[in-house]
Design a protein around this ligand. Structure first.
Ligand SMILES: Cc1cc2nc3c(=O)[nH]c(=O)nc-3n(C[C@H](O)[C@H](O)[C@H](O)COP(=O)(O)OP(=O)(O)OC[C@H]3O[C@@H](n4cnc5c(N)ncnc54)[C@H](O)[C@@H]3O)c2cc1C
Ligand code: HEM
Length: 391
């Protein structure tokens, strides 16, 4: 997840109703954050200054050049704290996040220091607006979030991270590479999950990537990585990764999945490297001869962006339960391709009743697709996407 990554779209169809006290607490937090957010750089600077004074050991968890990450942690913290009124979505995620934080070497007293530093940073900025009620709201919400993370971290029996060696680095297009790694020990992920990775070229800059294959006997994991403009980590991976490099992989996160026993039909919607987790699920399903009928809409701006189309077609050719529908925004009349955005293409077929719908791609693509499907009549409960992966 990135710091900007909390979705405004609730994931579950009928989220548990938050108690009135929690709703009031969240309202206070949102109001004060709305006034503070424009000052994120100053607030972050204060936060880190205080954190590194209270718990000097935490300095080593962060990159040497703090400018690179700017307000990432503070923004992530606040977005999550604001979601305490959505426990059904939040708690499973927090448990994964708590396990994930073990990779930094975070211990309970660091949570206390982070909480103190966050509240002090907000207070320093808000002045008279930092009333006792506001302080109580932030403190309570932070405590709920931190407790869920720490409990899961304490109960975790897996290693805090896995070392994995790059065995292949192949450019699929000018800006996209396939990287295959073999971990020292298999990573216990389920197809559709993602994990944070740290590469030797960019120490302490962890980024999330989604394995594009189901777990294999040799533990091998393939990532599809696109270099984004100005991207610190993705450009280094695409341009400079070499066989023999040793990466660190954090624990698996996320809930995208197909229940092949229960599902009556599956609609997958993938944009760009958002294909990777859906590819892993298809790879997993392909071990059975029969599966729910699955349709994958795979889209991008132009035909050349659909980097995996030939392999997907080959997979569909040997698996009759699967069909692939390429979608391009540019390129009139390309044979076998739908025109338009993914949101437009999938909704041409109506609301997809009785289907499980999995959406994966850029934050903007997820937002556009889910919103349009809801308008077309799909039920929120049908739609899966990682609710914490929206930039
Ligand atoms: C759950 C999840 C799974 C992911 N899986 C994959 C994957 O399988 N393959 C993959 O290549 N990436 C994946 N990503 C994106 C990846 O984690 C990084 O965000 C991306 O590689 C950019 O990192 P960076 O360090 O290069 O860019 P940064 O240095 O963090 O950002 C540099 C600039 O690029 C912008 N930017 C960041 N991400 C994107 C983006 N995706 N598109 C356009 N602009 C962007 C930022 O806003 C910033 O302006 C995933 C992200 C999430 C949240
Ligand atoms: C309530 C408690 C916490 C929450 C909700 C939380 C949340 C997060 C999230 C979501 C990220 C990912 C940000 C991204 O990739 O964009 C992150 C990163 C990180 N967190 Fe935490 N965190 C918490 C506590 C802590 C503590 C106690 C530490 C220890 C000092 C810590 C250290 C880090 C570091 C080092 C990173 C990566 C560097 C960075 O993104 O700046 N976190 N945290």
């Amino acid at each position: 997840m990135t710091a900007d990554s909390i979705s405004p779209i609730p994931r579950s169809a009928a989220p548990r109703e938050a108690p009135a006290a929690v709703t009031a607490m969240v309202r206070l937090i949102r109001d004060t954050w709305a006034r503070s957010e424009p000052y994120l750089p100053e607030i972050s600077q204060f936060f880190y200054g205080m954190l590194f004074t209270l718990a000097p050991a935490t300095r080593d968890f962060f990159p040497i050049n703090m400018e690179v990450q700017r307000g990432r942690l503070v923004r992530a913290l606040v977005r999550i704290v604001q979601m305490v009124d959505r426990p059904d979505d939040l708690v499973p995620f927090l448990r994964q996040l708590g396990r994930d934080h073990r990779k930094f070497g975070v211990i309970p007293k660091h949570y206390e220091a982070v909480g103190t530093a966050l509240l002090a940073a907000l207070k320093s900025h808000l002045g008279a607006e930092w009333t006792p009620a506001v302080e109580r709201a932030w403190a309570e919400a932070f405590t709920i979030v931190a407790r869920a993370m720490q409990e899961a971290a304490a109960a975790d029996v897996n290693p805090p991270f896995w070392s994995a060696t790059v065995v292949e680095h192949r450019r699929l297009t000018w800006d996209l590479a396939l990287v295959r790694l073999i971990p020292e020990q298999p990573v216990p992920y389920t197809p559709g999950q993602y994990m944070s990775v740290e590469v030797p070229q960019r120490p302490r800059l962890w980024r999330y990537l989604s394995p594009a294959n189901a777990p294999r006997a040799d533990g091998g994991i393939e990532f599809h990585v696109r270099a984004v403009d100005g991207g610190w980590v993705s450009r280094a991976i695409v341009s400079h990764t070499q066989p023999g490099d040793v990466w660190r992989l954090g624990p698996p996160i996320g809930r995208l999945a197909v229940d092949r026993e229960r599902s009556k039909g599956v609609l997958m919607v993938a944009g760009g490297t958002g294909l990777a987790p859906l590819r892993a699920i298809l790879d997993h399903l392909a071990q059975w001869g029969e599966n729910p009928k699955t349709r994958l809409f795979y889209g991008g701006p132009a035909r050349e962006d659909l980097y995996d189309l030939e392999d997907l077609r080959a997979l569909a050719a040997t698996n009759p339960w699967l069909s692939i529908i390429p979608v391009v925004e540019r390129g009139e009349d390309l044979p076998g391709c739908e025109q338009g955005t993914l949101a437009e293409a999938v909704t041409r077929y109506g609301a997809w009743p009785e289907h499980d719908i999995l959406v994966s791609g850029s934050p903007a693509m997820i937002r556009a697709t889910v919103s349009r499907m809801l308008v077309a009549g799909s039920a929120l409960g049908q739609i899966q996407y990682d609710p914490f992966t929206v930039d």
